[in-house]
Design a protein around this ligand. Structure first.
Ligand code: SF4
Ligand code: SF4
Ligand code: SF4
Length: 377
């Protein structure tokens, strides 16, 4: 956290991508971070941590496509960051989010050393929008599945993010679960709701889903997971975190339900632009906090940013509306700013998926009570 003892940085090593997904919210450019520019960014991030007495940093490497830089680049980046962090007495961890399309065995060494032999990737089911340039979603699926298989064979733990679409609602929760868990063997995945981020196009104009249908899908998928997956160590976010939360165990809820994501993250892209997260940094130039290469320090950039003020004020503004009456305010906090902004062009509205969240919270609160009652008998 920015205000706690931990700081999370989403770092776009490049804004370039080798895929051409119809719903992508990023603005693809050819910019890539040089090691010299990485050194400047890291020095300023560590300086900010010194100023706020923050001891630990997690860097989430993303793009564009993070694997468009070579493994040898990451070897040098890892050393550069390790040495800089040691000089400041800080602890740094790294995470990798990649579409895996450029993965080959040359990556295995650095994935083990830098990323703890684990990575995150994305696939939707059915895949309507994820594509290689000029190719079909089916061709993307085939290549992606091959790369996942290779990575797994090398002992890499692969986690998957799946964005729901109209096709997912039509095939239903049972087919969705069977495909991901039984057919593809994915044991740890997270489902995300879509939002029309960045420059508009025809796909994004038709991304919105019926929220009642979406809520029904979530409830049914949660029930299937509770019945078949939970005791078999299958993890599905956000269900596993919500069951923990409603069972009064430690729960790490996703950022969409954080107290204020402005306290938890920043993103920096390959041009040095700083914004709330990867959903903003290339997509909404008007909401950027500034450019790190044009400021002496990250602390000054964040303090002086008018755009960032909007994020910090959002929770206070939302409790002046509907959210104040909500039973789940203390865990939801009004939902995700970018999902709100992509629909309302304002931060000061509640998340458009509010009805989904309430329905899911009620359902999993009740299921957690049933689990507790069963455990007592
Ligand atoms: S969604 Fe991800 S993989 Fe697809 S084009 Fe955008 S950055 Fe690339
Ligand atoms: S804007 Fe939404 S996706 Fe981005 S960090 Fe905040 S809650 Fe998460
Ligand atoms: S569930 Fe809806 S009303 Fe409740 S806090 Fe979240 S956005 Fe606000």
């Amino acid at each position: 956290m920015i205000n706690g003892n931990h700081f999370s940085l989403i770092l776009l090593a490049t804004n370039q991508c080798n895929a051409a997904c119809d719903y992508c919210f990023e603005e693809p450019t050819h910019d890539r971070l040089s090691l010299d520019r990485l050194q400047i960014i890291i020095d300023k991030v560590l300086g900010h941590m010194d100023a706020h007495q923050i001891g630990a940093l997690t860097i989430h490497w993303q793009g564009g496509e993070a694997m468009l830089l070579q493994p040898s680049w990451y070897v040098r980046a890892f050393e550069l960051i390790r040495d800089a962090a040691a000089a400041h007495g800080k602890h740094v961890e790294h995470g990798l989010q990649t579409n895996l399309l450029a993965y080959n065995s040359d990556w295995n060494g650095i994935i083990a050393e830098m990323f703890g032999n684990s990575l995150g990737t994305s696939l939707d089911y059915p895949n309507l929008y994820r594509k290689l340039p000029g190719q079909s979603p089916e061709q993307y699926n085939t290549l992606w599945a091959h790369k996942v298989q290779m990575a797994r064979a090398a002992g890499i733990d692969v986690k998957v993010i799946s964005v729901l679409n109209q096709g997912t609602l039509e095939i239903g929760a049972e087919s969705f679960y069977s495909h991901l868990v039984d057919e593809l063997g994915i044991r740890d995945f997270q489902i995300n709701t879509p939002f029309p981020g960045g420059e508009t196009n025809k796909t994004k104009q038709n991304l919105s889903l019926d929220v009642s249908e979406l809520a029904r899908f979530h409830r049914e998928l949660a029930d299937i997971w509770l019945e078949r997956g939970r005791d078999d160590n299958v993890q599905i976010g956000p269900f596993d975190q919500l069951i923990d939360y409603f069972s009064h165990r430690d729960a790490c809820l996703p950022c969409i339900w954080g107290q204020n994501c402005a306290d938890d993250f920043i993103a920096i892209d390959a041009r040095g632009h700083v914004a709330q997260c990867d959903c903003w940094v290339t997509s909404y130039p008007e909401q950027r906090f500034g450019n790190l290469f044009e400021h002496d320090s990250l602390s000054a950039l964040l303090n002086d940013s008018h755009a960032r003020e909007g994020f910090t004020q959002r929770p206070v503004k939302l409790v002046q509306g509907d959210c104040l009456q909500c039973d789940y305010l203390a865990m939801c906090h009004g939902g995700c700013p970018v999902r709100t902004y992509s629909v309302h062009r304002s931060l000061f509205e509640k998340d458009p998926y509010c009805h989904l969240y309430q329905s899911l919270f009620q359902h999993l609160e009740s299921r957690a009570s049933q689990l507790a009652a069963t455990a007592r008998t």
